[in-house]
Structures are given as C-alpha cells and as structure tokens.
Design a protein around this ligand. Structure first.
Ligand code: G1P
Length: 294
C-alpha cells in the first residue's frame, strides 16, 4: 500500500479579481467570517489525513507563511490581557500537526507550471493538489470528506482521481470540464475519459467541472514537463491530465456531495460568507431579518 502524505497548494496567483483588496494582502488571506480562506483549506488537508503541505508561492505572499507561524508578540499580549480562549485559538494555528514548506513560482506560467515547481519537494512520491480558491462547506452532505475519500482510494489501488462538481450553464466556460465513462464497480462515478479547459458551452462534454482537488501518481510529472504552453503562455494542468489519460493512465471521477464556493469570484465569495455565517443561529436570524427588508 502506497502512503499518500503530500499536498501541493498553489498560492502564487495575484488575485487581480479582488483588487484593490489584494494589493497588499494575498487573496488566500481574505477572511470568510473571521478565518482566512487558506486556513479552511489547510484544515481540510489535515482532516483528510495528509502530513505535509507544499505551498507554491510568490514574493508578495509572506502573510500566508506568517499566519501559520508562531506569533510571540500576539501570544504575549493575549496572555497579559487574559484572553485565554483567543490565545488557544491563535496557538493552535501554529501547532497544527502538519509540516508546511514553501517554494517560489518565479514566473506566472500557469497552474501546471506551479505544480511542477513543487516536483523536487515531492520527490518520487504520489501527491494531491488542492486549489485554495475553492472552498467547501463541510457540514453539508459529505463534501468535507471528499479529499479523504480520494486519499484512501489512492492508497488502496494507486489510482489517480479528480473531484468533480456540477457547473451552472453560465459557468461552464470558467472551468476544466470532464467527460465520464460511468462504471458502477469503481468508487465515485467512474473514469474520466476526457477533460477540456474552459470549453464553450457547445464544446463542453458535460456540466461536471474540476473542483480543485486532485490526486496523482508520480508519473504525472512527466506529463506536466511535456505539456505545451497555451495561447497565454501558461502550462495548463488540464492539458497534462488529458495527455495522461490518453496514454492509458486511469483517473477516477469523484462527485462532490455538497456545496463548494469559488472564492475567486466576488459574488461566490459573498455567498461563502453567508453560508458560513448561517451556520451560527444568532447570525442566521440577523441575516434573515436583514434580507426580509430588502
Ligand atoms: C483552474 C483549473 C480548472 C478548474 C478551476 C477550479 O482554473 O485550470 O480546470 O476547474 O481551477 O477552480 P482557474 O480558476 O485557475 O482559471
């Protein structure tokens, strides 16, 4: 049984859709309620049983590493002011049972290139990739357990996998869209037969899109190395997956059971905040009362 321990989180993207908020703050540090998005992502990785995180980062993103580091000054102040509950919460962030390393993506050459930057730190092992824009609401359905199910599936049969969610028609051309060969004997939906990055509605083989969680065997790096840059000189993860499948590698399609929010989009970011706020009964009442007046 091959153990799957490492996860790559690409965080080098500049977050231009959230400017000016992201001029001096990484988009992954924007809060959903009182926690930065990246903290939810790291918690999901931890819950899924991984042991090592590799952040593929950029010089403007130090705040992410600082967030998971110990903050002596803040801890001392909270201690002095006897804010015990808050002190514990702050201490817990830097004491997570997972190692976090980072590596820079020197050039903005796309998602596929970002993952390649982590190759040396992955070594010869299999790995997962999680995209920090895509925030899962973990108490609805089994969505919060998806990454864990994908990890266990890999450890059983060494088969790669992708998490797929249903896209609304208007959103199809924003994502990587997959065609599935249904197979009830396999976990999930079956195998991915084809995947196309940002197709037009006409070209799209289905409404199932790659929702930012992937698991690959180490052989996948070969396909990232061979992938040709697209029109915008970016190496697309989806193109490498398509070639990997074409050469006979299997990719299981796992369906997302629950809600996911694309926090790279302004409206979905607001909806994510609403979704998480509505889990608190007091906030829920206040929000519902507010909405009634609109
Ligand atoms: C990337 C991937 C795409 C995937 C999406 C999920 O696109 O290329 O296949 O569906 O993430 O968020 P991006 O959002 O970087 O344009």
């Amino acid at each position: 049984m091959k153990k799957l321990k490492k996860v790559i989180i690409p965080v080098a993207g500049l977050g231009t859709r959230f400017l000016p908020a992201t001029k001096a703050i990484p988009k992954e540090m924007l809060p959903v309620l009182n926690k930065p998005i990246i903290q939810y992502i790291v918690e999901e990785v931890l819950d899924a049983g991984f042991k090592e995180i590799i952040l593929v980062t950029h010089s403007s993103k130090n705040a992410i590493e600082n967030h998971f580091d110990k903050s002596f000054e803040l801890e001392a102040t909270l201690e002095k002011r006897v804010k015990r509950g808050m002190l514990k919460e702050i201490r817990d962030i830097s004491k997570l049972n997972i190692s976090i390393q980072s590596i820079r993506q020197g050039e903005a050459k796309g998602l596929g290139h970002a993952i390649l930057c982590a190759k040396r730190l992955i070594g010869k092992e299999p790995f997962a990739v999680i995209l920090p824009d895509m925030l899962i609401s973990k108490d609805n359905g089994n969505a919060g357990d998806s990454l864990k199910a994908m990890r266990l599936n890999f450890e059983r049969g060494e088969i790669s996998s992708i998490l797929l969610a249903k896209a609304k028609k208007a959103d199809i051309s924003k994502y990587g869209i997959a065609k599935i060969k249904k197979n009830l004997k396999l976990p999930g939906l079956g195998l991915v037969e084809k995947i196309i990055e940002k197709p037009s509605i006409k070209e799209a083989p289905s409404n199932l899109y790659a929702a930012g969680r992937y698991i690959f065997n180490n052989n996948f790096f070969k396909y990232l190395l061979k992938a040709k840059p697209d029109k915008s000189n970016e190496i697309q993860l989806t193109d490498a997956i398509q070639n990997y499948i074409r050469d006979g590698e299997k990719v299981n399609a796992f369906p997302l059971d629950g809600d996911i929010f694309d926090c790279g989009d302004n409206t979905e970011y607001i909806l994510a905040n609403l979704e998480f706020a509505m889990k608190d009964p007091v906030m829920k009442t206040k929000i519902n009362n507010y909405l009634k007046t609109r």
